[in-house]
Design a protein. Sequence first.
Length: 315
Amino acid sequence: MKRNFALIGAAGYIAPRHMHAIKETGNTLAVAYDINDSVGIIDSLAPDAAFFTEFESFYEHAHCLQRRQATALDYVSICSPNHLHHPHIAAGLRLGCDVICEKPLVPTPGLLDELSLVESETGKSVFTVLQLRHHQTILKLRDKVASARADTKFDVDLSYITSRGKWYAASWKGDPRKSFGVATNIGVHFFDMLHFIFGKQQASVVHYNAEHKAAGFLEYERARVRWFLSIDASDLPAEVKGKTTYRSITVNGEELEFSEGFTDLHTMSYVEILAGRGYGLADARQAVEAVNAIRNSKPNPSHAERHPFTQRLLA
């Protein structure tokens, strides 16, 4: 059955992946909104979609579409800046639509509770894109962990450095009131991945937390994890100088091959959501709780379980 979609945040970095997913699952992007009008990609994916740069006009148009079964919207997809996710999700639910939202779904557990109330009021549901849960390498590691002895704890080092230029600080991403900081903005999907593989979180210590980088230690039922996240190019290891991104996950000293397999994960997420197997508010909670605690923790640089990259910062 073909479904009608609206898209909020159509000019953002991640929006094209949602547009492709809508098209590749055989559905229709009927209307899109963004305050910016650099959305030429719509021509190749949904040329007949209505487009608005004012939210009020978008919302009124979407509301009018709901009057006829043929044009009624089924889903609202949200790719807007992090601080707008909550109001945009609530607006989508109140339009009478199910909602698909990028990470981080919301910044605090309290806002998850608020959205749960809106779900109850509207009878509609919120889904989040946890695409790493569909990555074959992650699924294989999860199976390996599940088959190990129940008392086994794995030692994990997670490193993610994705260098950003001066534009980043000038954008909403560089404003912690809007992005909620680097650990939330670039780390939330990794923290969800760790929970997905290694079970419930048992402890969290922050070693370092600054504008461009953060680091700490997390303990899960089945793992001890030293993590380091950065958007600072100076943190890139010497062996990748000249590149802009470094991603490494080691498990008991063995590197997890994690460089490929990302291309179609948003489409896979849509396939699962449309088939009734999507991840909802409850699934997002552990990662939301993790990043909320990291933001509000006082760094303890003397804690023993420091990531090797953190050691350099504190030397």
